[in-house]
Design a protein around this ligand. Structure first.
Ligand code: ATP
Ligand code: MG
Length: 279
């Protein structure tokens, strides 16, 4: 997608009723995070927090460090500096498996599904962390393992109903149009029953109608399951419409943080989006 397309400040066709449950206390606190890859400083001294039940957006131009930030939150990257406090405890040396076990799930900027497998089976992979039976017991389909498998399938079917994808539950994911694949990826993340859901550009490449559907599902997840959501999105209309608070990154630095109205009025943010030269 071009830089110009990424920076669209237009409003979406339809507005959502975003009267939701009030947000709670801080659940995730990122303090002075710095991350470098060799000589590239992806993140420099970034601090912001996420409140329980909030929809928290991260925005910024290409290469600003948004995906790197999500990768820090879910333990894929370990920052060289800074502290992450999750549920009041300083998180030490957490890898992505531990992050997932602690209730953090995510979707990816580039869809990461098993294309030859059905929608149902892809969503079932999201239940892996919740499965107690060993591989051998499952292979033998034995007593408790069988009961467990059935319970997980029921949960996966609930998510399929919620996302309104019953008609394609047996279809191999690779045969689905892009917008539906993104929805299945959301389903796989939901299958882990996360407390915090990290979404990296869930609407990228979608048409207006697909975006509206995805917005509705994100709001419904937030409302019905109480899930806290951290969302990277380039469509400003969507961001301003569904977020409680927005953090703005530019060249790895934080240049804005606040409600959509506050961020919209922030001169540094306006400059970054209009491409004003850096000193
Ligand atoms: N694994 C990596 N190795 C080296 N450099 C990286 C790596 N991941 C990210 N970077 C660099 O860090 C910077 C931030 O990248 P990041 O992907 O976080 O940006 P982004 O805001 O998500 O951009 P986009 O909107 O294009 O997705 C970029 O300069 C990028 O090239
Ligand atoms: Mg990115």
């Amino acid at each position: 997608m071009t830089e110009a397309a990424h920076m669209q400040m237009n409003e979406p066709e339809a507005h959502f009723n975003t009267t939701r449950r009030p947000t709670g206390p801080v659940i995730l606190d990122l303090k002075n995070i710095s991350l470098s890859f060799g000589g590239v400083r992806a993140l420099t001294d970034i601090s912001f927090d996420v409140r329980q039940h909030e929809i928290r957006a991260i925005i910024g131009p290409n290469g600003a460090g948004k995906s790197s930030m999500l990768n820090v939150i879910n333990g894929v990257y370990r920052p060289q500096q800074g502290q992450i406090v999750y549920r009041g405890e300083v998180r030490k040396n957490m890898d992505c498996h531990a992050a997932a076990k602690s209730g953090i799930a995510r979707t990816f900027q580039n869809i990461a599904l098993l294309k030859g497998m059905s929608v149902l089976d892809n969503i079932m992979t999201g239940r892996n962390l919740k499965m107690k039976s060993s591989f051998l017991m499952q292979a033998l389909y034995w007593g408790p393992a069988r009961r467990e498998e059935i319970a997980h399938r029921v949960k996966a079917e609930e998510i399929i109903d919620f996302l309104e994808i019953q008609a394609i539950r047996k279809t191999p994911v690779g045969r689905l149009p892009y917008g539906l694949q993104k929805r299945v990826e959301l389903g796989r993340a939901l299958a882990a029953e996360p407390d915090i859901l990290l979404l990296d550009e869930p609407m990228a490449g979608m048409n207006v109608e697909e975006k509206q559907d995805m917005c509705r599902f994100i709001l419904d997840v937030n409302d019905q399951f109480g899930t806290t959501i951290v969302l990277i999105e380039h469509d400003m209309g969507v961001v301003m419409d569904i977020s409680d608070r927005v953090v703005v990154l530019d060249y790895g630095k934080k240049i804005g943080d606040g409600t959509p109205d506050e961020v919209r009025a922030n001169q540094d943010v306006i400059n970054a989006y209009l491409g004003v030269a850096h000193p």
